[in-house]
Design a protein around this ligand. Structure first.
Ligand SMILES: [Zn+2]
Length: 73
């Protein structure tokens, strides 16, 4: 088990871990960190985790993410 603490979207690329996204409806998705980070940079979105939640949309119910975190390897 690692002690990596993810506080911003940049940390996913710093630690080279993919992003585990969970929705309120129970749907889960895994996203590669690099294209996601590029999108945040392109759009100029704030990269802290709390506001990042709003930028993930569930492909099932359309809600924003409930939780995002590092995918355990
Ligand atoms: Zn959902």
């Amino acid at each position: 088990m690692s002690t990596k603490v993810i506080r911003s979207m940049s940390d996913f690329s710093r630690f080279r871990v993919d992003i585990d996204v969970r929705c309120y409806c129970g749907h889960k998705n895994t996203l590669p960190y690099w294209p996601v980070l590029c999108r945040f940079i392109d759009k100029g979105w704030p990269k802290n985790l709390h506001s990042a939640l709003d930028h993930f949309r569930c492909t099932k119910c359309g809600s924003c993410a409930q939780w995002i975190g590092p995918l355990p390897r």
